[in-house]
Design a protein around this ligand. Sequence first.
Ligand SMILES: C[S@@+](CC[C@H](N)C(=O)[O-])C[C@H]1O[C@@H](n2cnc3c(N)ncnc32)[C@H](O)[C@@H]1O
Length: 284
Amino acid sequence: MKTMIILGAGQFGQACANLINAADTKLLAFGDNNLSLQGTCLGETPILSIENAVNLKPDYALIAVSDQTRSSQLRDQAEKAGFQGIFWLLGQLCRRFDIRLATLRRMADRLIQQGIAGDIAELGVYQGELACQLNALFPDRRLHLFDTFEGFDARDIQEESARGFSRAREGDFADTSLSFVQSRLPFPDQALFHKGFFPDTTAGLENCRFALVSLDADLYAPVLAGLEYFYPRLSPGGMILLHDYNNRRFRGASQAVEDYEKAHGPLPLVPLCDLHGTAVILGR
Ligand SMILES: C[S@@+](CC[C@H](N)C(=O)[O-])C[C@H]1O[C@@H](n2cnc3c(N)ncnc32)[C@H](O)[C@@H]1O
């Protein structure tokens, strides 16, 4: 049995811990520089200082942050503390392996093979990273793109803060524009941009049907509004890719699902084990 520590006890560290094959590898501890986390546990696993985690003499140290500078700092710190095992760098692994994108490709294959009718949509486009993939996977379908393109709206943030779902702030994700996203799309003629506050931007779109929707608005209010708008318009066999369902940083997404289910009954939802805590919801 090999032993491991995970340096970085945030969303990514926790997601990586879930992926460990416990029959082969034992997770000894998380290491984190956040003093308020040290001394607490994630599940059964303690969170220690980097130095104390290294002192456990694990075979592997997984550095579970995506930012390259922070990753290098943690690596230096572990080396200074005397770590002599093998480093795994999540940032590097993620550049080579992407569960969410791989899943999206398999979903697209299935939707096309089954002839599931409907448009493609994304709520929460930001700079268009995922929108480009959706557009490339479905070159023959209309792609509806909903975003303020000015970041989070004050109305959503007010509710988010009042209910303590996240530390998001008005204007986060404002460093983008509609024209920037348009210029990146491989098939821009298929894109219909709905710029502004969701759900106001759905006015006039009552008769749309969707085969695949990426719901990536992070916050409680737009995720709930997204479920209310998209789910009844999802074709049978269609799919919603709901981001942040298992994300401790953005707890609004799972609360939105809970509240939607209270009002409308249970959703056919499958959680994925990607780093972002995504879930897939199937159309009935
Ligand atoms: C995490 S980003 C989306 C990331 C994107 N899917 C990607 O591939 O990189 C969240 C986006 O949701 C948008 N958003 C959140 N609430 C919204 C609302 N009520 N109306 C419109 N856009 C909203 C924000 O402006 C932001 O661009």
